[in-house]
Write a protein that binds this ligand. Sequence first.
Ligand code: GLU
Length: 273
Amino acid sequence: MKLRKISAAASAAVVLALTATACGSGSDSGSNGDKINIGIKFDQPGMGLKTPDGTYTGFDVDVARYVAKELGYPEDKINWKQAPSAERENMIKNGDVKYIVGTYSITEKRLKEVDFAGPYFVAHQDLLVRADDNSITKVEDLNSKKLCSVAGSTSAQNVRDKLAPKADLRQLGGYSECLTGLENKSVDALTTDATILAGYAAQKEHQGKFKLAGLSLSDEKYGIGLKKGDADLKGKINKALEKMISDGTWDKLVKQHFGPSGYKNDPAPKIAG
Ligand code: GLU
């Protein structure tokens, strides 16, 4: 009997070890040996983008880099991981990543599961439509339209709860999938933060195809998501963010990443501490 118990425990340990390996993180702390795992978006030009040559660019990516450096991790010690909107809380809770910088709004609901450093940026929800479509100019127009957004985002939630509850809302895995739908006319509009929409509209291959409605449908305070209760990490990241704003890096990054899209940003918010 005793023996059987031991072997059950031993095989459970093997299963656990295998699971940890399969996840690829090797630990539940968001680091991997001497490397740090950081979650970003891979398909949002201007914010978080993995380019075909395998480099990572965007405002959020550079914020993530700055913070990593302050924590003692230079570029060659960073593992970038894709963090789709609907998976962010789980990735943090599972320890797949140490933190996420991915157009990640601080909300009461998310604060029940994770903590946030910041806010480091304030964005607003808007609509993207085809350039030749003049039938959508205000949010009520969406109630008779096919609208696309992303599962697990505040953008989709806001539409369902208040902005246009009668819209025919499709929720996909990423905003770039919605953009394909907008282009091939399977949807009439795409809604999310204007930061993201302006990035798509400004891409070379999209020029002249889309336009933003220019609405400010919500306030989205972007935070850096991290494990709930990790006050030490939150304090260190907040310090890094304060430094990034006071040493002029924040302004430089805003110009660099929003200049090309013409996105008019709000001033830097106060770090909550
Ligand atoms: N900022 C919003 C959110 O956190 C929309 C953008 C996104 O899905 O990343 O849900």
